[in-house]
Design a protein around this ligand. Structure first.
Ligand code: SAM
Length: 390
């Protein structure tokens, strides 16, 4: 933010648990340096162009933070003093609105609301002292977000350069039940290592997130291209020309592979089609109303990502039967393909009745989920036998 154009500085991209490695890979491909994987975040260095590009291009980042204060504090007097002595006038101008969010893992401070208030007071007092005018606080659509991270007595205060979370791509106009967070959906596709070289199936597509994110990847569409605003555009040192150059140099590619998004619900298909149209990838996705339990046989080796209902609305015998049927269809219709299943219903997942090649824990918002990878062999009986549960 108030960095000179070619100065190199530190940034922190936040993500979900389990996506740190794919995010680090994305940052490396974008040209980030000194990459360090943290818990639910990746630290790296780069210049202002990389900061802008990170916000536009990183599929698995939730926000890009710019740390401005790193210090140790003993008590609330220290907290106020350390924040007030910082040159906030470089980032916050009078008349701007701001919001402060605090994340605590500390025995000294336990009340995040209190910490946010102290930080806000210190910034407002500093700006008022210097300019004789004060910024104001806004909980919705503030001009600047300040992020406070306090682990024991280590304080890190960052300017949030993204503004609204980067999962808000701008294309989702409608939701069907339990939609995947867009960052998680992109992360699943990248975790699966899809290179847009096979057909992609999202057979319980709901509002269409997986198919849309897959189309973005296949066509090289930056995930942030439809957003109306990023936080850094409000910074006093925002370089509009640099941002325009970055935006103008976006090169989408044409792609004629297949993405097949289907759902049993007509309403879901309509919502998914509308979202895909907003994202301008509707021509890349085939939408079908199909009951997964009657899925026709798919002959080509494909990637399938399945996000079935977690079962909150179904009674136990039904969800057990449903997940059993999912396993049967995977064996019958998708032999030769790789199927990734994400669900928060760990019990139900067992009834798929196949041995996953890999398992990992991810979070869909606050919901803990398991992501299982199944390799559906089409070859010998021995191979098929190996994929059955003992
Ligand atoms: C958890 S939601 C999927 C959310 C989706 N990934 C998104 O981002 O919006 C589960 C979806 O499975 C669909 N579904 C339930 N039973 C189905 C079946 N037998 N065949 C196909 N889809 C089914 C539901 O209609 C719902 O849209």
């Amino acid at each position: 933010m108030t960095q000179r154009t070619h100065e190199t500085f530190e940034m922190v991209a936040k993500t979900f648990h389990g996506l740190e490695d794919v995010l680090a890979k994305e940052i490396r491909q974008l040209g980030g340096g000194d990459i360090e994987i943290l818990n639910r975040a990746v630290r790296y260095t780069g210049d202002k162009a990389l900061l802008y590009r990170s916000n536009l291009y990183l599929r698995t980042a939730l926000r890009i933070l710019l740390p401005v204060i790193k210090t140790r504090i003993k008590n609330q007097v220290d907290l106020y003093a350390r924040v007030r002595e910082f040159e906030w006038e470089r980032y916050v101008q009078p008349g701007m609105t701001m919001a402060v969010d605090s994340f605590l893992n500390s025995t000294i401070f336990t009340n995040s609301h209190f910490v946010s208030l102290r930080v806000k007071d210190a910034i407002v007092d500093r700006i008022r002292e210097i300019t004789k005018r004060r910024p104001s606080v806004a909980t919705t659509n503030p001009d600047i977000f300040i992020n406070v991270h306090l682990a024991n007595n280590e304080l890190i205060i960052s300017v949030d350069t993204s503004g609204a979370s980067l999962h808000k791509r701008g294309y989702r106009k409608g939701d069907f039940e339990a939609p995947l967070n867009e960052v998680l959906a992109a992360g699943l596709i990248l975790l699966a290592g899809w290179k847009a070289d096979t057909d992609f199936y999202d057979p319980m597509c709901g509002s269409g997130t997986l198919g849309i994110e897959a189309a973005f990847i296949a066509r090289n569409v930056p995930p942030g291209i439809f957003r109306s605003k990023f936080g850094f555009e409000n910074s006093p040192d925002f370089e509009a020309d640099l941002w325009e150059d970055i935006f103008d140099s976006v090169e989408e590619r044409s792609w004629n592979g297949r993405i097949i998004s289907s759902d049993i619900s007509r309403q879901a298909i309509q919502i998914a089609m509308r979202n895909a149209k907003e994202a301008a990838v509707h021509k890349n996705i085939e939408f079908q109303g199909i009951d997964f339990r009657k899925y026709p046989k798919v002959e080509k080796r494909s990637l399938v990502i399945l996000n079935p209902p977690y079962g909150q609305r179904l009674i136990k015998p039904d969800i057990v039967q449903f997940y059993k049927e999912i396993g049967d269809v995977m064996k019958g219709s998708f032999s030769g393909s790789e199927v990734w299943v994400i669900s928060s219903n760990l019990e139900a997942l067992k009834f798929i009745g196949l041995r996953p090649a890999d398992k990992q824990t991810l979070f869909n918002g606050p919901l803990e989920c398991r992501l299982n990878r199944y390799v559906m062999y089409s070859g010998s009986k021995k191979e098929k036998y190996k994929s059955k549960q003992p």
